[in-house]
Design a protein around this ligand. Sequence first.
Ligand SMILES: O=C(O)c1ccc(O)c(O)c1
Ligand SMILES: [Mg+2]
Length: 629
Amino acid sequence: MKTSIATVSISGEFEEKLAAIARAGFDAVEIFENDFLAFDRSPAEVGQMVRDHGLAVSLFQPFRDFEGMPEPFRSRNFDRAERKFDLMAELGTDMMLICSNTSPVSLGGVDRAAEDFHALGERAARRGLKVGYEALAWGRHIHDHRDAWEIVRRADHPNIGLILDSFHTLSRKIDLNSIRTIPGDRIFIVQLADAPLIEMDLLYWSRHFRNMPGEGDLPVVAFMAAVAATGYNGYLSLEIFNDQFRGGSPDAISKDGRRSLVNLMDQVARAEPGIRIPVPAMPDRAKVSGVSFIEFAAGDAEERELEALFGVLGFDAVARHRSKAVTLYRQGEINLILNREEKGFANASYLVHGANAYAFGLMVDDAALAHARALKLGAEDFRQSVGPGELQVPAIRGVGGGIVYFLDQKSDLARIFDVEFVKIEGRPGVDADVGLTRIDHLAQTTRYDEMLTWLLFYTSQLDADKTPVVDIVDPAGLVRSQVVETRDGRLRITLNGAENRNTLAGRFIAETFGSGIQHIAFETNDIFATAAALAARGFNALTISPNYYDDIEARFGLDPQVVERMKLANILYDRDDAGEYFQLYSPTYGEGFFFEIVERRGYRGYGAPNAIFRIAALKRHLRPKGMPR
Ligand SMILES: O=C(O)c1ccc(O)c(O)c1
Ligand SMILES: [Mg+2]
């Protein structure tokens, strides 16, 4: 498969863009005219620069307001096109994109447009060039690929073809079967973009909100499956206009782009077998059956603090690592690992970020395959030397440079805790359990502009979906939250994107020097019993304002006695179509890390309406900056 990306999709100086695009593994770039015009090198030098980076120029674009113009505009347009043909020869590309006319003076008429294209085809043929026609979703007369195709068909010239752009077709919800009847060799190039579903003007949506396939909500897989079914085997070219990407890291955006195409084509090849586009074989997205463990890095000082905290939460130290300063704590199905090694990755993470939950293990169907897929998608491999008899657990770097381990039940990895740990025997009378059964969700906080990267990271590797974005109101600003979850809820990761550093989330990443796990939610089957057991162990739940309880009693029509019990235990409540949700929180530790305990009675959400109340409460607890602990 041949991949390409438009220069507008990436931020930076022209040469920076090329370098990042090349490093990410693309074959070609679409040169967007304005990027070129703003750059102070000659067309020939630009062409050479592109080739020096090992790239080709897939397309020169856009040429605007060409077809269906009255004189004198029509003649001028042909002259203008000839000038651009000169430029293309110097750049070293044979393909130009003409987008459908938006000019108020343009005349409609399929045949008039077809004649213009036929005449242009003659001129292009003399130069050995090709011209592709794209219907902009907001074109004045032509805004549907079916009409653009009709014009190309009637132009009846081998040097004139169709350009499809997923955004224009999908934003207008055009029947995708209409693509399947177009001959693949008449489609000159396919541009790909996704976008979040937002009701707004098509032009504005397109120019500001496009994102990489898989990052938005449009059915780009179905679109591309229809294109691939035509026999098309040309460039798969990303064309992403996105305000955030324009200010982002050229390397990160390029890598995301390349990952999005590999993931897209893997899904297309599965949906549409026998396509001509060669798609590298790779394992399917990994099925996750749960979070097997969460590992904390700490130093001596925090070790005792964390140990005490785990104890209060009802975790028991059940095993010690055979060769490392690592302890395993357990309750129900939950495994917490405390790593206070003075060398290795955990220690490095501790030195940079302070005590933090830097790693977690996912139980998948096949760890080796999950790891192999991740690497094919461009994930960074993680390996660390292992002692004699210890297992090399397949792993990759994740959010904030943390580690995601893959475990399974079918290999030796199933016995990791038996192989690497020694049981701590004989603690009679210790019955710490407060009824926590499993990890309900992990919450990772990132900068807002990294959110799409990590959403794509998870959803391209794991058989999990993303939920729509929810705005979390922090008294100091908005935090956007989006969840990656499996249908059965065995995996739930909430990603919280902080836009400013005054929010609880923003402060967390500012003070801990980067993104990471900010909270962990455990599940219980009886939150009232768990709350009582926790209190008996000396746990202080986060104090929720009494005002909250008056409100929920009225809002949900709850039994006042139940509300009174919730108030005493600082339990928050929410309800959706599927059921009820109860939550309680720990105070914050360190720079804003906390635990949550939830009981789900069928409920599928995350208590977003309660966020403002618990954030306000958490902030009351958070020590003022600069104060000693
Ligand atoms: O927003 C535009 O004008 C524009 C230009 C060229 C394209 O290929 C496109 O999809 C949109
Ligand atoms: Mg386009």
